[in-house]
Each structure stands twice: as structure tokens, then as C-alpha cells.
Design a protein around this ligand. Structure first.
Ligand code: 2P0
Length: 333
């Protein structure tokens, strides 16, 4: 029987980054990563399959999706159809409550919510691990938006061994993550291109060699709620990833892949000044210019007072999140 299912998921932010793919077709990464789900951003997706549809219909934020997006969603629906042994086409209606290209990866929450809604709509009851594997096939980092809270994606060696699991529930640590948005412009280089170029950096081998230790440091500090250790390790890790991007071989057009803008560097220096002045704040940066600030909840008011002075000059705005749950079903009929 066909159902109409609405599922939701939060995007996640990596504190140990996924950068480079061992298998681009299956999104098997070259390293394991660690993330936290961002409670103040969400994708909500409704899926229904019908024998009357001739093709998949994809709506994104209330309008028909562009061809590339529709094609990527249809390929993902094919994976779900194959799992269920079914052939009907689907109607997919997906909305994000946060701006596209805000430096928050909407592909993570989108493919997590789509995997859950589409599999349920065809009557499948996948385990968390199976859902994480399915979501990963749509977009690598989406596998981390399936489990609750603080999540580790084990790189694995093949499709069955590359999935995400919870390392701590959202209430484990009352952190605040402030996403400072400088630019709503879509980035010039997609993260898929960034992944593909990662291995051309002469420092990529050094990054991989150091990652097991980074992962253990970040995860141990997370479990111990040791904020200075956690913060410094995640900040160093973000800069390490960007060093790989900046030293990638992008051909004759440029010397490397630069996601940062002048305001990115300005905020990095500000974060270091805050720490010298006694405000414990650390940053991470994804494949874009925007900066995500970590602090403990007790420091959030002090950080917001600082940002209230700073952001108007930088023409930036902020979204504040707490750690959040994984993907969930909102309704089923
Ligand atoms: C991450 N990023 O760990 C890293 C850090 C961006 C910077 O994973 O090609 O959208 O869909 O597997 O998951 C963004 O890449 O890439 C990303 P695909 P995805 O969050």
C-alpha cells in the first residue's frame, strides 16, 4: 500500500571533516568524520508514490526543482525503488527553513529526510544503519544527519561498512553553534569538485596520516566535555581541511581552491582575540566563506553581545543552533 509520508532532518556540521572520496560513485570517504546536528535548520520532505505518475515530480521550496536537482533526486528514488522492488514514480515536495547556500549544507538534511520519507512511503522499515547507508549514497554527509546528536561516520571500505552512528545524544553537551552568514551567493566551486580535487594537494597524505589522532582527540574531548581541548582540535582540523583545498591542483586558472573571503579571515582573527580576552569561542568553516562559532551555552550571551557590535559592520547575520536529534517521521497517512 502506498502512503504519504512527511519526514524531517537537520543539517549537520562536521568537527572532523569529510574531504576526499575513496569511491565517488558510492560516496565512500577517504577518512572517518564527526559531526553535530544543527537544531535551528531543518528540511521537511513529503513523498508519495503513485502508479498514475509517468515520472518523478520534484518540488523544492514551493517551485519545480531545476533539472540537475530533479535528476539527482530521481536517481535517489531509484535506489529506494530497487530496495523495495517497486517501480512507481513519486511526488516529492521538500522545503528548507534556512537559506540555500548559507554555508549550511542543505544536501545533508535533504537526502536524510528524502531517504526516510521515500523508504517509509514504499513500506520499508529500514534500521538506522541501513538508512544512513542509503542517505550516504545520495550525498555523503547526509548519512550523519540520520542518527541523533553527535555522530561519527566510519569511512569503512565498502557500501555495507560506511555508515554513521551516534557517539553522544544531543543533551550530552549544551553547546551553541552560531553560523555567521556573510554570503548567500552560491559558491563558485561545489563541494563535490572540492572532494574530487582533494587528493591533488601535496599535503593530502599528511592530512590522512594525522586524521586518526585528530578523530580520537576530538571524540575524547567531546565525551569528556573538555571544551578548550575540543575547540582547539576542531579549529585546527578545519584549517587543515582548508589547507588541502587551498593547495589543490585546480589547473591553470588558479593556484588553489579558496573558500574564504576577507570577512572569513577577519572573523578568524576576532575569535582569537576573544579567546585572549577570556571568551572561550572556537571556529570551524565548511566549503564556503561562512564561519561557524562554537561555545558552551553559558557563554552564548557574552558572544551574542560581541556579535551584535560586529555583525552590522560585516553586513552579516547569524543562526544559533543547539545539538539536535537525527531524522524523524513527522506524519504518515
Ligand atoms: C563535511 N563537507 O564533512 C565536509 C566539510 C563540506 C566541508 O561533506 O558530494 O555535500 O554530496 O558526498 O556531503 C560537503 O560535501 O558531498 C561536505 P557529496 P557533501 O561536512
Amino acid at each position: 500500500m502506498n502512503r504519504i509520508v512527511t519526514a524531517a532532518a537537520h543539517p549537520n556540521l562536521a568537527v572532523v571533516k569529510y574531504w576526499g572520496k575513496a569511491d565517488p560513485r558510492l560516496n565512500i570517504p577517504t577518512n572517518s568524520s564527526l559531526s553535530v546536528n544543527l537544531g535551528s535548520a531543518r528540511t521537511t520532505t513529503t513523498v508519495s508514490f503513485s502508479p498514475d505518475l509517468e515520472q518523478d515530480v520534484v518540488r523544492l521550496n514551493g517551485a519545480a526543482a531545476d533539472d540537475r536537482t530533479a535528476e539527482r533526486v530521481a536517481r535517489h528514488l531509484d535506489r529506494v525503488r530497487r530496495l523495495a522492488g517497486r517501480t512507481e514514480r513519486a511526488l516529492v515536495d521538500s522545503t528548507n527553513d534556512f537559506p540555500a547556500a548559507a554555508g549550511i549544507a542543505s544536501s545533508a538534511s535533504a537526502f536524510a529526510a528524502l531517504s526516510l520519507a521515500a523508504s517509509r512511503a514504499l513500506g520499508l522499515r529500514l534500521s538506522e544503519r541501513e538508512l544512513s547507508i542509503l542517505a550516504r549514497q545520495g550525498s555523503g554527509s547526509a548519512c550523519r544527519s540520520i542518527p541523533d546528536g553527535f555522530v561519527r561516520w566510519e569511512a569503512g571500505q565498502d557500501d555495507a561498512s560506511s555508515y554513521a552512528y551516534q557517539v553522544a545524544p544531543p543533551e550530552h553537551w549544551d553547546l551553541r553553534i552560531t553560523t555567521v552568514i556573510f554570503s548567500d551567493q552560491p559558491k563558485e566551486v561545489s563541494s563535490s569538485d572540492g572532494h574530487a580535487l582533494a587528493q591533488t594537494s601535496p599535503f593530502f597524505g599528511a592530512r590522512l596520516a594525522g586524521l586518526p589522532r585528530t578523530l580520537e582527540t576530538v571524540q575524547a574531548a567531546l565525551l569528556a566535555r573538555d571544551f578548550p581541548r575540543f575547540g582547539l582540535a576542531l579549529e585546527r582540523e578545519a584549517v587543515n581541511m582548508h589547507a588541502i583545498a587551498m593547495t589543490a591542483d585546480v589547473g591553470a586558472a588558479a593556484s588553489g581552491l579558496y573558500y574564504w573571503q576577507a570577512t572569513t579571515m577577519q572573523l578568524i582573527q576576532q575569535v582569537q582575540a576573544w579567546r585572549r580576552a577570556g571568551l572561550p569561542v572556537y571556529f570551524t568553516i565548511d566549503a564556503g566563506p561562512n564561519v561557524h562559532l562554537f561555545c558552551e551555552a553559558a557563554q552564548q550571551a557574552a558572544l551574542e553581545a560581541e556579535l551584535a557590535r560586529l555583525l552590522p559592520d560585516m553586513r552579516a547575520r547569524a543562526i544559533v543552533s543547539a545539538p539536535a536529534r537525527g531524522a524523524w517521521v513527522m506524519s504518515e497517512a
